[in-house]
Design a protein around this ligand. Sequence first.
Ligand code: NAD
Length: 353
Amino acid sequence: MKVLVTGAAGFIGASLCGRLLARGDEVLGYDNLNDYYDPRLKQARLARLLPQPGFRFALAALEDRDALQRAFAAFAPQRVVNLAAQAGVRYSLENPQAYIDSNIVGFLNVLEACRHAGTEHLVYASSSSVYGANRKLPFAVEDSVDHPVSLYAASKKANELMAHTYSHLFGLPTTGLRFFTVYGPWGRPDMALFLFTRKILAGEPIEVFNHGRHSRDFTYIDDIVEGVIRTLDRVPGPDPAYDPMAPTPASSSAPYRLYNIGNHRRIELLRYIEVIEDCLGRKAERRLLPLQPGDVPDTCADVHALQRDTGYAPATPIEVGVRRFVDWYREFYLSERPVRVAGRCPSAPAFAP
Ligand code: NAD
């Protein structure tokens, strides 16, 4: 199968590309390698993909509509996974425009390209943040998501609405996946596990927001990638629950699906810190701080629907996943050997769309 993956140099995207290639798919990775975080990490992820047969790469932004359309025309993907986005809740407080450019304009370009190319299935990243400060746990897909508390969350909810419109108007099969705090090797430097690990090893205090009264549904990267692939393989038809006679339809006839993809259990932040301390063999100095604007206190995913439809079954215990991250971190950042970013690393596009 030919799969176009946007955000291919990102945390989830690079891991997904690796697994698609391993099962024999042809993959076109698409990424602008922006500098939201350490670009060497993105280049190192990419350097592992570039030598693999079946992988090609386009260095371009989603907002560049012509480049995206040329990539679609040249590669003719059957299926598309859109992971490229401006991520991060806190960054959205200071940099709202980036979320409109990448997540709204960029996503519109992806929808348009899929529509015109007759793409069989578009899977795209949404986020647990759409649930806002909802206190009813676990979050069910049917719960209201009308009260986002950050522009990041609003942009992800907008993606779901835009995807529904394209599924309804043009019959484009789309599936949105609401990711819940993904962690693991090659993870993002702006996320808690990475930040805590770096600071604990440097002997610096860690910032613990909401005075530690946070809990998160942490999902291990391999479990997430398995779920994305299972979802990609299952092209949605019209919703079987659609009832045209219902006075207020709860679903639509469009080939549109939306799922939570999490772990179905939440971990207290303070317990998470203990696990990291155990893996590092060091104690953290905690700086307790109030809840940050845009942040939500708790998340927990009801994943029954994804389990029912795809057999998704996350299996990695937090102690195992954190250990693998810490081992990777030590190897990547602390080993004597220099960070490997060699290979055909793209300072220029390896695939000219
Ligand atoms: P990431 O930042 O590591 O990856 C995103 C990639 O997209 C990056 O390599 C970046 O260079 C690229 N990109 C960003 N804007 C782009 C643009 N306009 N054009 C082309 N490329 C662009 O993030 P991730 O953790 O891998 O997340 C992947 C997706 O999942 C994102 O949509 C994110 O919002 C969503 N998500 C992630 C998490 C998580 O816990 N990691 C949770 C919820 C949702």
